[in-house]
Design a protein around this ligand. Structure first.
Ligand SMILES: [Zn+2]
Length: 309
């Protein structure tokens, strides 16, 4: 039995075995999602904070690729974050170029999505790189096969459609040279349509492709973090971070962090006896228990912190 505190919702859980599905916390999180939020926190704060405790920093801009609602709604509360979908609103196709959003995002998250993006995958990875700020990062989880081999299932995909035929789906593809290809060896992840598996990654190829897309370095999370329920015995998705440059909070985010820290500190100093009103009492309790507040100095906002010019 492993007990852990979910680093997304903050709930205490006891779990016998960590499966890929179903989720191991009532917020819907599983091993790979908690690992992804851990990596996000490490990049931004240098500490593994629970997402519910993140300070509100609206100067930090993020984009999600079909993120799970359990953490997407908290991210939207903490940051200037938008979750997007390939097949519904708010729609965002990472295989298309978005020059008006070039260099706009601090982070982009993708939990087990890039195996579903139409080939060539390089087009989407380069677009992610282009959407990120110079110090931005791409946080992702992705299944990588143990043989470390990349398998592109439909390398000649051009104009295609997945259609139902009798009791199964088939893929019809018109290649660039005009010839037709019909395939029925299709693998879907939890549904049909946009969940068609386009490829299987191997770690070596994945890293090479991220570096070739312009990322400076790629860090794979390899170790278990039992205290937050990240144990890789069943879940085989690989969590990783691809960085453009090491992340730094820009001036605007830093000053927001200082404001948030001061406000939370004042709240924590409020006499609990006087904070009888429900909402205020809850805020005082949250502030006084807040780990990021205690970590103020480590985060660069401690009592002796001077606001940089
Ligand atoms: Zn949870």
């Amino acid at each position: 039995m492993t007990s852990f505190v979910c680093n997304i919702c903050g709930a205490y859980n006891e779990v016998e075995t960590f499966h890929t599905e179903p989720p191991s916390c009532t917020c819907g999180s599983n091993v790979r999602l908690r690992a992804l939020i851990h990596l996000l926190s490490m990049e931004i704060f240098g500490q593994s904070l629970p997402l519910v405790e993140f300070p509100k920093l609206k100067a930090i801009r993020g984009l999600g690729m079909s993120d799970h609602q359990g953490y997407a709604r908290i991210l939207a509360d903490k940051f200037d974050y938008t979750n997007t979908y390939y097949d519904r609103e708010p729609r965002f196709d990472f295989t298309e170029h978005h020059p008006q959003l070039s260099g706009a995002y601090d982070f982009i998250l993708s939990a087990d999505v890039i195996e579903h993006i139409a080939p060539p995958i390089e087009r989407a990875l380069e677009e992610v790189w282009g959407l990120l700020k110079p110090h931005g990062f791409f946080g992702l989880t992705i299944f990588c096969n143990p043989q470390d081999q990349m398998r592109e299932h439909f390398p000649d995909l051009h104009q295609f459609r997945v259609v139902p035929l009798a009791d199964r789906s088939v893929l019809i593809n018109r290649r660039r040279d005009g010839t037709l290809e019909i395939r029925e060896d299709l693998v879907f992840h939890g549904g049909t349509g946009a969940t068609l598996e386009m490829r299987e990654f191997g770690i070596t190829e994945l890293k090479a492709k991220l570096l070739a897309s312009g990322f400076l370095d790629v860090d794979f999370l390899a170790n278990d973090l039992p205290e937050i329920g990240v144990i890789f015995d069943q879940d085989v998705s690989q969590p990783l971070i691809a960085r453009k440059e090491p992340y730094v909070l820009d001036k605007c985010a830093r000053s927001q962090l200082i404001d948030e820290w001061r406000a939370a500190k004042n709240l924590a100093a409020t006499d609990p006896g006087e904070a009888r009103a429900g909402v205020l009492a809850a805020q005082v309790r949250l502030a006084s228990e807040s780990r990021w507040l205690r970590l103020g100095r480590l985060l660069g906002v401690g009592p002796k912190f001077d606001i940089p010019e």
